[in-house]
Design a protein. Structure first.
Length: 415
């Protein structure tokens, strides 16, 4: 039996145990996992160093290396995410609806686990912990297949988490890591109907496209993040500059970072030079339209392909528009329905933007960097869904549940 099928089978066999666990038992396991990560952080950082050194030798970009990198501060943040998940309400067993039929049947709809969740992701080893915590809290077993770039980190993290689970009521087999780095292991996961109940991809556009197009297992699609910030004519300069810089520079390697800055011409004529200077000080490469190039120096002329690219790097498109409508048209054409922002003091423009932009998260006067399960108070997230069925936006605990009906009778039969 292949590694993928064997580990998926082991995960599925834990379902009956997971279904019996009470919330306090699951929370205790999460706290033990958090403690173990902190106690073993030196060994995790050592394993992570192997990934970073291998990546540097292979010419991996700085932005990707940043997504892989772990340090004491990041591990503390990951452990804090587990502690927050433990403190959140457990959605499993929630009664969503209860009613009685004329024939006396008592019907209630409750939340239940999805079952066995397969997660295919790329460089970020924090996803290993976030996914494990969220899935186990909701009574789901999980099969993880991370990218080869972080394999040493992921292996050590899962070893540590298994040690913690051995002290808890959650069976360690409920958490599985596929160690085979070959593409064939992903292809096999996509066809594991009967063992996996759903697959959630997290990563770049090519990974997500491969999963969506080739999986026979149901997929919850998490999309690429070509995110925009539109600075309207009435925007306050200080606020606009702070939001734009944060959205691009605070951590450019993640999916909620801004890739294109749209600027109303009235604002651009007065303030774009100042903002461009601050972006350059932060080592951002600027690619601009012809109108932008007439006001500031740009490193490259922005073309259609640039507007359609998720850089995940210190590269930014800047486009000057003449109206809110032009900004909305641009977002409709190039956006990926992830996160979009308007900076404006015009209430009517803000209302139109918030209503008309079709995205999982739409912001007025705040950075797109907040599209995150931790920032939304979910403890962590399994991904940011950009589709419209089942879940949308940062996916916390309720998004990892399904529903079932329980019907109580007194001998009723259908006539």
């Amino acid at each position: 039996m292949s590694e993928v099928r064997d580990k998926a089978r082991l995960a599925k066999e834990t379902a009956s145990v997971l279904n019996r666990l009470a919330t306090p038992q699951k929370n205790e396991a999460l706290r033990l996992m958090a403690v173990a990560l902190l106690e073993e952080q030196e060994s995790i950082i050592a394993a992570n160093r192997e990934d970073l050194e291998r990546g540097k030798a292979q010419g991996t970009s700085d932005s990707l290396l940043d997504r892989i990198a772990l340090n004491a501060q990041r591990i503390e943040g990951i452990a804090e995410g587990l502690r927050q998940i433990a403190e959140l309400p457990d959605p499993v067993g929630d009664i969503l609806e209860r009613f009685e039929r004329p024939n006396g049947l008592q019907i209630e709809k409750i939340r239940v686990p999805l079952g066995v969740i397969g997660i295919i992701y790329e460089a970020r080893p924090n996803v290993t912990v976030d996914a494990a915590g969220l899935c186990l809290k909701t009574g789901n077993a999980v099969v993880l297949r991370g990218g080869s770039a972080a394999l040493s980190s992921n292996k050590r993290i899962v070893e540590v988490l298994h040690q913690a689970l051995a002290k808890s009521e959650i069976p360690a087999d409920a958490l599985q890591l596929i160690e085979d780095p070959n593409r064939s292991s992903v292809d096999e996961m996509l066809k594991l109907n009967g063992l996996l109940d759903v697959i959630i991809p997290r990563g770049g556009a090519s990974l997500i496209r491969n999963v969506v197009e080739n999986a026979t297992v149901p997929v919850i699609e998490t999309g690429a993040g070509i995110c925009h910030t539109f600075i309207d004519a009435s925007a306050q300069q200080t606020m606009a500059e702070q939001i734009a810089i944060n959205a691009k520079v605070q951590r450019p390697s993640v999916c909620n970072a801004m890739e294109t800055l749209l600027v109303h011409s009235h604002y651009a004529n007065r303030h774009l030079e100042s903002l461009a200077g601050q972006l350059r000080e932060a080592n951002v490469e600027l690619r601009g339209c012809a109108k932008t190039a007439a006001l500031i120096s740009v490193d490259k002329a922005a073309e259609d392909q640039d507007y359609a690219t998720e850089y995940n790097d210190y590269v930014l498109n800047v486009k000057i528009v003449e109206s809110l409508d032009e900004a909305l048209d641009h977002i409709r054409r190039y956006g990926t329905m992830h996160s979009e922002c308007i900076v404006t003091e015009d209430a009517e423009h803000a209302a139109r933007f918030m209503q008309e932009v079709d995205a999982a998260a739409v912001y007025h006067n705040a950075s797109t960097r907040f599209t995150d399960g931790f920032e939304f108070g979910f403890g962590a997230e399994i991904g940011i869904s950009t589709q419209k069925l089942h879940a949308r936006g940062p996916m916390g605990l309720p998004a990892l549940t399904s529903e079932k009906y329980r019907i109580y009778g007194t001998g009723q039969i259908r006539k």
